[in-house]
Write a protein that binds this ligand. Structure first.
Ligand SMILES: C[S@@+](CC[C@H](N)C(=O)[O-])C[C@H]1O[C@@H](n2cnc3c(N)ncnc32)[C@H](O)[C@@H]1O
Length: 333
């Protein structure tokens, strides 16, 4: 078993159990002497394991609270580890020099979910925040500021919430009396408006997911990050991406396929012109085994996709063809 699973950046009790770690490492082997960008540092579980395998690691995270974990690794591996705050959508600008591989472990960390103050969880009462970076509009700004129709479209588009209109109506009615300021208040309101079926997921699950995706612009970040990786990696470089959501997995799958993106769909190219492949699959999509999901239920929906960069030139950024949900907004928050 990889060392990183036992301990994250330091200590014996990892604040976040790295998901599909052995499989991610296997997709990047051999690692000794390689330079890897870890675009989603979190608690440093992947970074630590990559360093243990002999790689040089440039880590990135948008969450300022990961700083102490990065400091532990910087002290332990002063010559092979660097950390930069920022988003992986700009990873090609943040990386110093050539890179052999990139890993992205998309989504929220256990630290973010477990800390009530960050407002990610409907199970822990806290301020309605959800900002990974702590900057920009919060979930409260969206919930209390969006027009009813925009709110419904957001819950439907990003959360696949079929009762989005009823929830949006309930929110707008409630906030007319008083702004909705806590996760508990919003979760209770959603439960009251659409009910709760025994054995089903919590009725607020999809709405919270939608708000989190919107607040952190997660789909845009993912698409931009994939194209940034395409620009940064030279021929033979590997990109491994772990997602936790079917829409994100669809984006990654389509991105790696030959049809996706601007080049193949450009109106300026003859319709059937063959495009050179930008990516060769390293392996089939990988899901966690029962042993991992028993140990870490948060791994249940994880999927790893890895592909190797070819020598074909990078495409221009384009969202078309990748299956990113369109959320129509009439008014601003
Ligand atoms: C699932 S955790 C990563 C856990 C990490 N692999 C580990 O083993 O500890 C995801 C991390 O990515 C960060 N993140 C999410 N979106 C990001 C983005 N667009 N740019 C940079 N970091 C991002 C989050 O702040 C979070 O710390």
């Amino acid at each position: 078993m990889a060392a990183g699973r036992e301990r994250a950046a330091g200590g014996d009790m990892p604040p976040h159990l790295p998901v599909l770690l052995d499989e991610v490492l296997a997709s990047l082997m051999p690692l000794s002497g390689k330079t890897v960008v870890d675009g989603t540092f979190g608690a440093g579980g992947y970074s630590r394991a990559l360093l243990d395998a002999g790689a040089r690691v440039m880590a990135i995270d948008r969450d300022p609270k990961v700083g102490p974990h990065a400091e532990i690794l910087a002290a332990a591996f002063p010559d092979r580890f660097t950390f930069k705050p920022g988003t992986f959508s700009e990873l090609d600008a943040l990386a110093d020099g050539p890179v052999d591989a990139i890993v992205l472990d998309i989504g929220v960390s256990s630290m973010q979910i477990d800390e009530a103050e960050r407002g990610f969880s409907f199970l822990r009462d806290g301020p309605l925040d959800m900002r990974m970076s702590g900057e920009g509009p919060s979930a409260s700004d969206l919930v209390n500021g969006l027009e009813e129709e925009d709110l419904a479209n957001l819950l439907f588009g990003y959360g696949e919430e079929r009762k989005s209109r009823r929830i949006a109506k309930a929110i707008v009615t409630r906030r007319a009396a008083q702004p909705i300021s806590t996760t508990g208040e919003l979760a209770g309101l959603i439960e009251k408006s659409i009910g709760r079926k025994p054995g089903a997921i919590h009725p607020a699950t999809r709405s919270f997911q939608a708000l989190r995706i919107a607040v952190n612009q997660e789909f845009d970040q993912l698409v931009l990050g994939l194209f940034a990786a395409e620009r940064l990696l030279g021929a033979g470089g590997v990109l491994s991406v772990v997602t936790f959501h079917s829409i994100e997995d669809r984006i990654v799958k389509r991105f790696f396929s030959v049809d996706a993106g601007a080049g193949a769909r450009s109106r300026h190219l003859p319709e059937r012109q063959a495009e050179a492949m930008r990516w060769d699959p390293v392996a089939r999509a990988v899901k966690p085994g029962i042993a991992e999901t028993d140990r870490n239920p948060r791994a249940r929906s994880a999927i790893l996709r890895s592909a190797r960069r070819t020598a074909a030139p990078a495409r221009k950024v384009a969202f078309e063809g990748l299956g990113v949900p369109e959320v129509r907004m009439r008014g601003a928050a």
